[in-house]
Ligand binder design. Structure first.
Ligand code: CTP
Length: 167
C-alpha cells in the first residue's frame, strides 16, 4: 500500500512487534523520530527508562519542528498513549499534513519470543501490559480520525498453525 508522503506516520505496537524495522525499511533515518534512540542520546542507552521524560521532551520538540516545516515524520514509540497520539495528530492537521497510523499487529507469542532473545528484554509483566493495550488500540484509532490506518500483520509469518496442503 502506497502511503502519502510527506505525512505524519505514527507507529503503534508492543515491544518487539517490529516498529523500528518497519520504519527503517521504508524511511530515511532522519525521518524517523525514535524514543529508544533519544533515550540513548540523553541516557545511558536505548533502554534507559530513567531517561524517558527527557527523551520524550526532545521527541516532542523534534516532531513539532519537522511537522511545522511540512517534513515527513515517523514517530517510533510504542504509540499506545492516546493522549500523545492525538497530540501528534492535531499537530499534523495544523501543518496540513496527512496523518497515518501504522499498527504492527504481530502475534503476542512472536513479540514475546523476540523480546526474550534481546540483550535487554522488557520485563514480562511490562510486555504483557503493552499487549493488553494493543487489543483496544485499533478501536481507539478508528475513533481518533486518522486519515489512514494501516494494519501490518506481516510479523505473523513466523508462527501460527501450519498451512494446510492443497493437492
Ligand atoms: N524482527 C524480525 N522480523 C521482523 C521485524 C523485526 O525478526 N519482521 C526482529 C528485529 O530484528 C529485532 C526484533 O525483532 O531483533 C525487534 O524488532 P524492532 O523493529 O526493534 O521492534 P520494535 O517494535 O521497534 O521494538 P521496541 O519497541 O522494543 O523498540
Amino acid at each position: 500500500m502506497r502511503l502519502p508522503d510527506p505525512a505524519l506516520v505514527v507507529l503503534v505496537g508492543a515491544s518487539g512487534s517490529g516498529k523500528s524495522t518497519w520504519a527503517a525499511e521504508r524511511y530515511r533515518p532522519q525521518e524517523v523520530v525514535s524514543s529508544d534512540a533519544l533515550r540513548g542520546v540523553v541516557g545511558s542507552g536505548d533502554h534507559d527508562l530513567d531517561a524517558s521524560a527527557d527523551a520524550f521532551a526532545i521527541l516532542e520538540q523534534v516532531v513539532a519542528a519537522r511537522l511545522g516545516r511540512g517534513l515527513c515524520t515517523v514517530v517510533d514509540t510504542l504509540g499506545l498513549d492516546a493522549v500523545r497520539r492525538t497530540g501528534w495528530l492535531a499537530a499534523a492537521r495544523s501543518a496540513g499534513l496527512p496523518a497515518v497510523a501504522v499498527v504492527l499487529a504481530t502475534p503476542d507469542a512472536e513479540c514475546r519470543r523476540r523480546n526474550a532473545a534481546r540483550d535487554v528484554p522488557v520485563p514480562a509483566p511490562v510486555l504483557a501490559g503493552q499487549l493488553k493495550r494493543m487489543r483496544v488500540a485499533a478501536e481507539e484509532l478508528a475513533a481518533e480520525g486518522w486519515d489512514v490506518v494501516v494494519v501490518d500483520g506481516s510479523g505473523a509469518a513466523a508462527e501460527g498453525p501450519p498451512v494446510p496442503h492443497t493437492a
